[in-house]
Design a protein around this ligand. Structure first.
Ligand SMILES: *Cc1c(COP(=O)(O)O)cnc(C)c1O
Length: 458
């Protein structure tokens, strides 16, 4: 008999989960104004809100915690992190920040000014937020295939080179501070970007003199997909593939809460000394001195180990296979999800499940609320609430996709949990025809409203 796949680690510490009843959950979600972010975590059984900062650290990382050097300036832990980033991504300059959006805030303070245009594949929400906050515009140049959830395309994170060149031709160079390539592309479903595409983006951007920035939160998951899907890299190690990817990046922002395998942290990677110097000033203003930037020494030490672990094949294989396991269960149950299955999450197609709910009543959010009530599972909406209003017209933006994202924390849940999630979602799917109305917004913030929005049943 062929041996089945099994996880590449065992469990050293456990955390008790709290179960609840459907009646309790109906009450709790109403109290939370139908915003899953407003639920306290003890009211959640399986938490798939995000894979950001929710992972489990390894014994090696916990050991590194004890070695952290808390010196204000020039801490040893900083140099460990700096040399790891240099080894893995190749950047000479590194600035720690407290998380990914802080890296964006610091770097964009140097790069972006009012009226600028920032092309890329689908920008992550905080990235877009930081661009729009500076009264600049993010232009989505993702390939059209990414928006068809049924289409099997190996690299749905790819940038459409023609769309990108159109932007480069339409606007003068000084209006385009950088091109942001998000690897893997979160907003189009954790979909990878191919090296072939990175090469083309790099080449075209060089021609127009535009630097390329990798939004790197899930860079090692991207490398795993390259190994599996791009024949050139079949026999390469993940670390070799990562180095190849970063040949095409001039700079990077990183949320270490994802592929850094830590609970908090981020950094900026740079080749340019000039940009580094300017970024140092903003880092000191917003984050902390340049050798800690909002991170404690022990967190930098754990991150250095985390970056090393996340670029090992064994770790990535276990992680991605768990996402596939859940995805394949859902496919078996007929639940429409985005193909191919992405790196960190399953994206459930709410437009297909709840076509009877008017899109103005937020289909994906409605589905998320139903799944919570069904099984105490917390996902997150990637749809019209997240898409927010147009900054100029203030009209609601309705994206092509209404997705419920089930993000799987790293090294946290077992495949029994995956079975439970799939069964709960199947139950909601089976009663989908009874769900005819959704939600209405009663209060929202002027920017990034999804975190704090308040709603009622429509
Ligand atoms: C998470 C994430 C960010 C922001 O990072 P935080 O650590 O949450 O501030 C930026 N870009 C991408 C692609 C991300 O996944």
């Amino acid at each position: 008999m062929e041996l089945p796949f099994s996880e590449s680690y065992k469990i050293k510490m456990i955390e008790q989960l709290k179960r609840s009843t459907r009646e309790q959950r109906e009450e709790w979600i109403k109290e939370a104004q139908y915003n899953l972010f407003k639920l306290s975590s003890d009211k959640v059984f399986i938490d798939l809100l995000t894979d950001s900062g929710t992972g489990a650290m390894s014994d090696r990382q916990w050991a590194a915690i004890m070695t952290g050097d808390e010196s204000y300036a020039g801490a040893r832990s900083f140099f460990e992190l700096k040399s790891t980033v240099q080894k893995i991504m190749g950047f000479e300059y590194m600035l720690p920040t407290h998380q990914g959006r802080a890296a964006e805030n610091v770097l964009f303070s140097v790069l972006i000014k009012e009226g600028d245009i920032v092309p890329g594949n689908s920008h992550f929400d905080t990235t877009k937020g930081h661009i729009e906050f500076r009264k600049a515009k993010a232009v989505d140049c993702t390939i059209d295939e990414a928006f068809d959830t049924t289409l099997d395309h190996p690299f749905k994170g790819n940038i459409d080179i023609e769309k990108l060149e159109k932007v480069y031709k339409e606007y003068p160079r000084e209006k385009i501070p950088c091109c942001v390539v998000t690897v893997t592309c979160n907003s189009s479903g954790g979909q990878p970007v191919s090296i072939a595409n990175l090469r083309e983006v790099s080449q075209l951007s060089k021609k127009y003199g535009v630097p390329v920035l990798f939004d790197s939160a899930r860079f090692s998951e991207n490398a795993y997909f390259l190994k599996m899907r791009e024949p050139e890299f079949k026999n390469w190690t993940i670390k070799e593939i990562v180095r190849e990817m970063y040949k095409y990046a001039d700079m990077a922002t990183m949320s270490s809460k994802k592929d850094g395998l830590v609970n908090i942290g981020g950094f900026i990677g740079l080749h340019s000394e000039e940009i580094y110097r300017q970024a140092c000033t903003f880092n000191i203003m917003f984050e902390g001195y340049i050798t800690y930037g909002g991170m404690s020494g022990r967190d930098m030490a754990a991150l250095a180990v985390g970056l090393d672990e996340s670029t090992e094949f064994e770790y990535l294989e276990t992680r991605i296979k768990q996402i596939e396991y859940l995805g394949n269960k859902l496919i078996e149950y007929g639940v429409p999800i985005q193909y191919p299955i992405g790196g960190h999450a399953i994206f459930v197609d709410a437009n297909k499940i709840l076509p009877n709910v008017p899109k103005e009543q937020f289909r994906a959010q409605t589905l998320g609320v139903e799944l919570y009530i069904e099984g105490g599972i917390r996902g997150v909406e990637i749809g019209a609430i997240l898409a927010d209003r147009d900054p100029v017209t203030r009209e609601n933006r309705f994206p092509k996709l209404e997705l419920l994202r089930l993000a799987i924390p790293r090294r946290v849940y077992t495949n029994n949990h995956m079975d439970y999630i799939a069964a709960a979602l199947k139950n909601v799917f089976d009663r989908r025809h009874q769900i005819k109305s959704g939600l209405e917004i009663t209060w929202e913030a002027p920017i990034m409203r999804h975190f704090t929005v308040e709603m009622k049943k429509a």
